[in-house]
Design a protein around this ligand. Structure first.
Ligand code: GLU
Ligand code: MG
Length: 766
């Protein structure tokens, strides 16, 4: 999670003197990056995943499961050439630090080649090796599990060894500082967020209302008098009916699954970034895995708003919130005008600046609607790409910008920064740097991008547009990473099978988007609404999400017919081929003479009248699901993923299946080699997992964990997750991770996928 420089991180009160320096030089570095890479093209579609693990100490004798906070040495060992580094490297793996001392992050060492089908299937093998190697480094009772949130994080004695929540970095009433990574960056980050903000972060999640739930968080200590901030919950930080969390670790201590893809050039990357934006809430909902926080079942299924709140460094004035009594409106900012702004009575200009109020270094104080960890606020526009679908009205959020940065980019370097790119970076650069290293204040802006990355990588949004790095003139930049898009909303899944499936889904979908060039643009405010919906319990089946009307995807549905799951069966079997005469050859799984062939449509259950590109007959049951322009509608995730029931519109999965068929496999009628067959079967099951979750046929992890809790004999229907329930949940997760217990596996995946996971076919892909 961000840049790890070596050096001495400055305390906020020191570091804030350099805020403008970092921003100014960061933008100089960005300009240099554009000078060096703006015109690069034809980069390969390479991609990679990041999986975050929690090391959990499971004690079957005392029936406890705790976050292990003293085994972080394994991370050093796994990166030490005298110790286990060779194990990682020989297996094409790299381990990285994460926020929690109990966390590990694992990635492939080299990116996957997105043009090669074997590499998609290899992902799971790589993930399995990461688990194996990290497990080998740990004592037997400690497991690296991929759970999104630790159920009893912040309850009494949730760490091994135990530690007390009395730390000065977070000042948390619940989380000891010993859970924070030892690298000085992380405690400094924690403390600087609090110091800038002028109070602690405060996250309130609605309690899950069960029969005997008391609608109050009774875990907040009433009488601690260690820090001034101890009073905050009683001054308005904690809300009735909600559980209250007060520290960065509650969010950044969660685990997720992220995917980064390299595009061929900057314009393709902009189109991909924009096209993935409406997919972000859909994947948050589909990957939901976090129904429990701080020992309570909550009335939501995902981690997103918790991380968002956990690194929200905005002051009261920036949030437009009345300060707690005796707390500072401007937090830790030095403001040149100590004017009291009564009742938030101030004027804003068009950039979100509060008129005539500046910090000492001349930066306007702004009204900032969102945390620096949140969904994206602007599309980048595809107007320079062959699609050119973007319209200005799609960027309809109030996203303040740093006017100085905007002017510098757009006026001085208009050849690189059109108004959308200038706006994008000017929006990211409204933020202050959170950690500055004293040794890194002065940098060579021709060669270092640290100042740029300082701001860029602490804007933790649903997507990240990643420019390349800076290199010496003599280096061949075509071998260095190019323009990339990172997909960040997904929650990590329990098994490598699922994490590989979700990773593959996003990378294949991205490749399909670049191949078929659909128009997915909707006003970005609707994506914002979808992000909120995605938090709801079982949103996957209970909610409808705004999405581009299928009629307006600018795809011809005819061209996707046959590319459903039956395509795999046809391609992997000979049968169909033998049934037809020469004119009806099932070329690569579908008929080459489709338009004159009625047989095929009958076989697929499709009637003769197929919808045409951009047809205007809307097929909506509910009028209030359509927006004023009729361009976007609310759909179920099932429709979006699996296609509409009347087969008039392809879902996202058909785009992927067609991509596999025409781009990733050899041009032949039927599969002719065993390895390809095994690979295709595996990809089919990955897609089936997503498809079945979208249909609600199998549960999300959040749903599975919620039900496991509610059905636990020790559960008292009071929304509380006791130590013994926590132990049962973690041991269930552990069993599932290793696919040890078939019954458990079936309860998450259903029979069909479980049969596959226990088959030789699956086994033989490793
Ligand atoms: N763990 C964080 C999350 O759950 C993300 C940290 C990162 O950006 O690597 O979203
Ligand atoms: Mg990470």
């Amino acid at each position: 999670m961000g840049l790890l420089s070596l050096g001495t991180p400055l305390d906020w009160h020191e570091s804030k003197k350099y805020n403008e320096h970092v921003r100014h030089n960061g933008i100089t570095q960005l300009i240099n990056i554009f000078k060096q890479h703006f015109n690069r093209s034809n980069d390969q579609f390479l991609w990679g995943d990041e999986v975050e693990y929690m090391m959990i100490d499971i004690d079957p004798i005392n029936k406890t499961a705790k976050l292990s906070i003293d085994k972080d040495y394994i991370l050093n060992d796994l990166n030490d050439s005298d110790k286990s580094l060779s194990k990682s490297i020989n297996n094409n793996i790299l381990f990285h630090p994460e926020y929690g001392r109990y966390m590990l992050e694992g990635t492939p060492l080299k990116p996957y080649n997105g043009n090669c089908i074997d590499e998609y299937v290899y992902v799971e093998k790589n993930m399995k090796l990461r688990r194996l190697i990290s497990t080998q480094e740990l004592p037997k009772h400690i497991k690296p599990l991929t759970i999104t949130t630790f159920p009893r994080m912040g309850c009494e004695f949730f760490t091994s060894p135990p530690a007390k929540p009395i730390g000065p970095a977070s000042q948390s009433l619940f989380l000891p500082d010993e859970i924070i990574n030892r690298h000085a960056r992380f405690p400094t980050l924690t403390a600087n967020i609090r110091k800038r903000k002028g109070h602690k972060v405060g996250i309130n999640l609605p309690l899950y209302p069960d029969k005997f739930t008391k609608l109050l968080d009774d875990s907040i200590p009433k009488d601690r008098q260690l820090f001034k901030s101890d009073k905050e919950p009683w001054l308005g930080a904690s809300k009735p009916g909600h559980i209250y969390m007060d520290s960065m670790g509650f969010g950044m201590g969660s685990s997720c699954l992220q995917i980064t893809m390299q595009c061929s050039d900057i314009n393709e990357a902009r189109y991909l970034y924009d096209s993935l934006a409406p997919i972000t809430p859909i994947m948050l909902s589909l990957s939901a895995a976090a129904p429990i926080f701080k020992g309570f079942l909550v009335n939501q299924d995902v981690r997103w708003n918790v991380v968002s709140g956990a690194v929200d460094d905005r002051t009261f004035i920036e949030k437009s919130q009345e300060p707690y009594p005796n707390f500072k409106l401007f937090g830790g900012l030095d403001v040149n005008k100590n004017e009291i702004l009564k009742n938030n009575n101030y004027d804003l200009n068009e950039f979100g600046d509060i008129k005539n109020v500046y910090s000492n270094d001349g930066k306007p104080i702004q009204r900032i609607p969102k945390s620096r960890y949140d969904s994206i606020d602007n599309y980048l526009s595809d107007f320079k790409y062959d699609t050119n679908y973007f319209k200005d009205e799609y960027n309809d959020l109030n996203a303040p910008i740093n006017k100085k940065v905007y002017d510098r980019l757009s006026k001085e370097f208009p050849q690189y920064f059109d108004k959308y790119l200038s706006n994008h970076f000017a929006h990211l650069f409204i933020r202050d740097p959170l950690v500055i290293y004293s040794e890194r204040i002065n940098q060579d802006n021709e060669l270092s991008n640290d100042h740029f990355e300082n701001i860029q990588s602490t804007n933790w949004q649903t997507l990240r547009f990643k420019p390349p790095g800076l290199y010496r003139q003599e280096e061949n930049i075509s071998f260095k990473p190019g323009w990339r898009v990172e997909f960040r909303p997904m929650e990590v899944q329990l098994t490598d099978f699922e994490n590989a499936a979700y990773s593959n889904f996003i990378s294949l979908l991205s490749k399909a988007i670049l191949k078929f060039k659909p128009n997915f643009y909707i006003p970005i405010s609707k994506i914002e609404i979808n992000m909120k919906l995605a938090h709801n319990v079982n949103s996957i089946i209970n909610e409808k999400f705004w999405f581009k009307s299928f009629e307006d995807w600018n795809l011809d549905n005819d061209e996707f017919i046959g590319y459903d799951f039956s395509w795999f069966d046809r391609f992997l079997n000979l049968g169909n081929d033998l049934l037809n005469n020469d004119n009806e050859v099932y070329l690569k799984g579908y008929s080459s003479s489709y338009s004159s062939t009625t047989n095929l449509s009958q076989m697929n259950g499709i009637n003769g009248s197929i919808s045409k590109k951009n047809c205007s007959n809307k097929t909506i049951e509910k009028i209030n699901d359509i927006d004023d322009y009729g361009m976007d509608q609310r759909y179920t995730i099932d429709d979006i993923i699996n296609g509409s029931k009347d087969n008039k519109f392809p879902g996202l999965i058909k785009l992927i299946i067609k991509l596999i068929a025409i781009d990733l496999i050899p041009n032949q009628k039927h599969c002719q080699d065993e390895k390809l067959e095994l690979n295709l079967i595996k990809l089919r099951y990955y897609l089936l997992l997503i498809s079945k979750r979208a249909k609600g046929e199998i549960p999300t992890i959040a749903n599975w964990l919620r039900l496991k809790t509610i059905n636990n004999p020790n559960y008292k229907h009071d929304s509380k997750v006791s130590e013994i329930i926590n132990y049962d949940l973690i041991t269930d997760c552990d069993k599932l991770t290793d696919l040890k217990d078939r019954k458990s596996v079936e309860s998450l995946f259903g029979n069909v996928i479980t049969d596959y996971l226990y088959s030789e076919q699956y086994f033989n892909t490793f």
